[in-house]
Structures are given as structure tokens and as C-alpha cells.
Design a protein. Structure first.
Ligand code: SF4
Length: 356
């Protein structure tokens, strides 16, 4: 196995909550624990998905990797280098190596710029290319890569003159201008028509194969995550609670929260018959300022037992094949799932026998 291109070790981001005068005088301090000790590593050429509901910390994790936010605790390594607290030149180098595709490509582009200006800007900022001719040639090549061709037709357009899908292609082209090692794609297709989503993800997949790109795909959409990613990490209240090969996490999920997420998706997220039907969870997601003790999912979990809130938070444990789960009852949950599948299968055989 090759060296990981990105390693996050216990990555943490806490935001202080604004305090009243009384709280300041009493010395009380409240924190939003947006990312609360997240660890993972990504191989070169891999597509790694971070999934979860809004507020679970997935976008903040993406921003920490981009170094758009200061890391509160933990360490971040890119290509073997510790970039946790880089500044100045080293930060510039990091920003070249790690690029981001934003959810709304329109708001991330200057509306007065033409697509040529949008693509030339990073080359000029980072002084890439020996002269204008070389930069122009690179811009055209990248436009062809993202299928905005012939380039002459798109170079002179402004962002508002493109369709949603074309704008996302232009945004992808901009991230490719600096030959990044890692691309963080934050909900890149959520603002695009359903009909164009598969096309854009297909293009991103093709680019990944041709150029050996590494993506971190941040999304709440399990259907596209299943199709697009190699490995998935499911986040809940700032922590990863299940992680592994995408097919395994979706078809054999063992954490009650992942089961509930998959059960809540109407369309089938897996090519096979999904083992999860509709797993209910109790109540609302707690505030990130008030994380429950023990397993942070326990107030909503139908499998919870006293150990879940009385003992320390369960850690992610590898249960085989790189499938990791943070639940002290995963073995019982697996047995229940296996029994349900067996009884469904035998019911299916009985029905088929009756029909024949
Ligand atoms: Fe539920 Fe307990 Fe597992 Fe947490 S550890 S997910 S509360 S069964």
C-alpha cells in the first residue's frame, strides 16, 4: 500500500460562544465542539467521502483541511509534511496543494471576470507558467479536460452566461489549474439539476482516473456518495462513528445512526437489496455546545443500555476489512441484522415456491 497523501490525527475545532457580561464575570466559557477529534488517512488517488446531516462537522473538517480555519487541536499531514500550524510561504504552498470546489460555484467566482480571468487568476497569484502564452495554453488544456470545449467559446463568457453544470465544470477547472494533490469537494452537485449531477460526478471520476487526483467528497447525499466514493466516513456531532469501504458501510452498516440515515433515504442507495428498512431514531440532534456523556448518540439510540451513557465514549474499532464502527453493541446489531436477512430470504423462498 502507498503512503497516505493526507492524514488527520484527532483533528479538533472548537468555537467559543459569545458570552454575556455575567458569564464573563463568572469566568464561564461555552464551546461549540464542531469537530471533536476526527482521525482518518487518505491514499493517493482515493475518493474519500465525509457524510452526515448538516451540523455534523463535515464542512468544518473540509475547511480545516483547506486551512481556512485554525485547528484547535490534533495534527494534519499532507504528503508527509506537518501542516497543522503553517504560516506564510508554507501556507501558500499548502493552498496550492489542496484546492476546494465549493457548493455554489456562482458565488465563488467574480461575476465581472470572464472564464479566462477566473482560470488565469490562480496562475498569476502563484506565479505559475513562464509567460502568458504558456498560461493561456494551460487554460485551454484544462477547459478541454472538463469538457468545456471548444475553449474559445467559453473563455470569453462570464459565469452568469453558463448553465449550472457548465459553471461547476468551470469551478472544477479552476481547482485543476495548480495541479493539486488533494481536492476538497463540498457538496459539489447539490445546486445542480438532478439530470446533470451524474454527468458532473462522472466527469470528476474520469479526471480522477486520468490525472490521479485525490478527492474528499463532503456531502449529505448517501446516494451520490455510494456511487462516487471509494471509502466513506459517517459523522455525527463532530465525530466519525462509522468508516470503511463505501459498499460495506452502506450495505452492512452497523452503527444505529448510519442505519437510520440509510433507512431515511427513499431511493435505494445500494445496487443490492438494502438490509436496512426504516430504523427510527428518537428526538432531535443535541446542540454541539452540550454533547451528551458516554456515547454521544445515546439519547437518540433505540439500542442504548446504561453502559452507553455511564462509560467512556466508544472508540472506532476495526471489525475487519477496514470497516470501523464506534458502537459497543455492534456485534448484537450485526446478529439482529443477519437474523432479519435470513428470515426475509426464507420468506422470499416460501413466496416464490407458492407462486411457482
Ligand atoms: Fe447506541 Fe450504545 Fe451503540 Fe451508542 S454505543 S450507538 S448508544 S448502542
Amino acid at each position: 500500500m502507498s503512503e497516505p497523501i493526507l492524514v488527520a490525527e484527532n483533528l479538533t475545532k472548537w468555537f467559543p460562544v459569545k458570552r454575556s457580561v455575567g458569564q464573563v464575570l463568572r469566568g464561564n466559557r461555552t464551546w461549540v465542539r464542531a469537530v471533536d477529534g476526527v482521525s482518518f488517512s487518505i491514499e493517493k488517488g482515493e475518493i474519500f467521502g465525509l457524510v452526515g446531516e448538516s451540523g455534523c462537522g463535515k464542512t468544518t473538517t473540509g475547511k480545516l483541511i483547506m486551512k481556512l480555519l485554525e485547528i484547535t487541536d490534533g495534527r494534519l499531514y499532507v504528503s508527509g509534511e506537518d501542516v497543522t500550524h503553517v504560516r506564510g510561504r508554507a501556507l501558500e504552498k499548502h493552498r496550492r496543494a489542496v484546492q476546494m470546489i465549493f457548493q455554489d460555484p456562482y458565488s465563488s467566482m467574480n461575476p465581472r471576470f470572464t472564464i479566462r480571468d477566473v482560470l488565469m487568476e490562480p496562475l498569476e497569484i502563484h506565479k505559475v507558467g513562464k509567460d502568458m502564452k504558456e498560461r493561456e495554453a494551460w487554460v485551454r488544456e484544462i477547459l478541454n479536460e472538463v469538457k468545456l470545449s471548444p475553449p474559445e467559446e467559453f473563455l470569453v463568457r462570464h459565469p452568469h452566461m453558463l448553465s449550472g453544470g457548465q459553471r461547476q465544470r468551470a469551478a472544477t477547472a479552476r481547482t485543476l489549474m495548480l495541479n493539486p494533490s488533494v481536492i476538497v469537494a463540498d457538496e459539489p452537485v447539490s445546486m445542480i439539476d438532478l439530470s446533470t449531477r451524474a454527468e458532473i460526478l462522472h466527469m470528476m471520476r474520469q479526471l480522477q482516473r486520468e490525472l490521479g487526483l485525490t478527492y474528499i467528497y463532503v456531502t449529505h447525499d448517501l446516494s451520490t456518495a455510494r456511487y462516487f466514493t471509494d471509502r466513506l466516513a459517517v459523522m455525527y456531532l463532530g465525530k466519525i462513528i462509522e468508516m470503511g469501504p463505501s459498499g460495506t458501510v452502506i450495505d452492512r452498516c452497523l452503527h444505529p445512526y448510519t442505519q437510520a440515515l440509510i433507512g431515511a433515504v427513499c431511493e435505494p442507495v445500494s445496487g443490492k437489496v438494502n438490509q436496512v428498512k426504516d430504523v427510527p431514531i428518537k428526538g432531535e440532534i443535541p446542540a454541539a455546545t452540550n454533547i451528551p456523556p458516554g456515547c454521544r448518540f445515546h439519547p437518540r439510540c433505540l439500542y442504548a443500555i446504561p453502559e452507553c451513557w455511564e462509560e467512556v465514549e466508544p472508540k472506532l474499532v476495526d471489525i475487519g476489512g477496514g470497516h470501523m464502527v464506534a458502537c459497543r453493541r455492534h456485534e448484537e446489531i450485526e446478529r439482529v441484522g443477519a437474523a432479519a436477512r435470513t428470515s426475509e430470504a426464507s420468506l422470499g423462498i416460501r413466496r416464490a415456491t407458492r407462486i411457482s
